[in-house]
Ligand binder design. Structure first.
Ligand SMILES: [Fe+2]
Ligand SMILES: [Fe+2]
Length: 349
């Protein structure tokens, strides 16, 4: 069982914002919060991952139980009680999350005994505080009016083809968003970052397409219908597609960067994940600006659409996990669903 504690960085970020206006606070707090949420949900470590993504130092409290063969191994492999506790803590954290940098404190406990490491015990309860350096990451957003592809993904090649297709859709999504924002006098920083994101998505599409070709699959064409582009529609689209789906995709890409087979794109997922974290942060900043363009009723509709998307996310994540072939580093369905639940809870807080 693990207790997640929001890092002080988040609290500092929120406190820092108290003198800003409401939506500027939303913007800044989410910038901090997204990086931290990704880290909390995933607990990724730096080794081999996303060299261009920001790193976040995490410090969290964990508790759990080591028992049976694992306990025997820990007892035999570590000469002192402190070393046993650290080893048990590391085992608990790493089977759930990522690699531990340092165990800051650790305590071991068994019922009715002051000697938790005595060989007569078959299980020991551990509570510890660990520090690890995590990275946050991300993947695609669909453009307005995107026509969803109903293709069966029945292997690794088709999976990459589908994702190359979605990355190409993201190129169009950011290009059209940049033009739309420019036409409405949005800050040039947001416009330029959307254009930069479109360039990132071209790279992602090419990476995925190369793997698709290697797997003998062709990338389906993107199609989109004419869609309304009033402020409310664009705000809802960004709140769902950018803030929820693209941000959560950062977590999945990060997971793939750690768990995919090397020959099945681990490095590519690391690059994608680093870029997608920026896109997720951009989505939250766009969200703040778009909310500023709406009245109270409009803002309520946007927030409600986002809340519903967060609520549906665990089911969607589990379904995607089911549809992903082995070797691509996706979490198992139950794990994907749990990651989505944690993400939704933290983002909604
Ligand atoms: Fe992407
Ligand atoms: Fe993206």
């Amino acid at each position: 069982m693990r207790h997640t504690r929001i890092r002080p960085l988040v609290i500092v970020g929120l406190a820092y914002c108290t003198t800003l206006d409401k939506h500027a606070m939303t913007r800044r707090s989410h910038r901090h919060r997204l990086s931290n949420v990704l880290s909390i949900v995933l607990g990724l470590v730096t080794t081999g991952c996303c060299i261009n993504a920001p790193t976040v130092e995490n410090e969290e409290v964990y508790d759990g139980i080591v028992a049976d063969d694992v306990l025997v191994e820990i007892r035999a492999g570590n000469p002192t009680d402190d070393e046993r506790c650290d080893a048990a803590c590391t085992e608990i954290v790493e089977r759930q999350e990522g690699v531990v940098d340092e165990v800051l404190s650790c305590s071991a406990m068994v019922e009715d005994s002051d000697l938790p490491w005595d060989p007569s015990h078959t299980q020991v309860e551990i509570t510890c505080i660990v520090q690890y350096t995590a990275q946050g990451f991300c993947t695609g957003r669909r453009p307005q009016g995107h026509r969803e592809l109903l293709a069966e993904v029945d292997g690794v090649g088709p999976w990459f083809a589908m994702h190359a297709h979605l990355e190409r859709a993201s190129v169009a999504a950011f290009a059209e968003l940049a033009t739309w924002l420019e036409g409405r006098g949005a800050p040039s920083d947001l416009v330029e970052r959307c254009r930069a994101a479109a360039s990132d998505e071209i790279v992602h599409a090419d990476l995925m397409a190369a793997f698709a070709r290697r797997g003998g699959a062709e990338v389906p064409m993107c199609e989109a219908e004419t869609a309304p582009d009033d402020v409310l529609t664009v705000a809802i689209h960004n709140a769902v597609e950018g803030c929820v789906h693209e941000s959560f995709a950062a977590i999945v890409a990060a997971h793939q960067a750690r768990h995919a087979a090397v020959e099945l794109g681990r490095d590519a997922f690391a690059q994608i994940a680093g870029d997608e974290l920026r896109h997720g942060e951009l989505a939250w900043e766009l969200h703040a600006w778009l909310l500023d363009q709406l009245d109270a009723d409009g803002r309520a509709l946007v927030e409600r659409a986002q809340a519903e998307a967060l609520m549906r996310l665990p089911e969607r994540a589990a379904a995607n996990a089911h549809a992903t072939p082995a070797g691509l580093g996706w979490p198992a369905p139950a794990r994907a669903s749990e990651m989505a639940r944690r993400f939704a809870t933290l983002m909604a807080a």
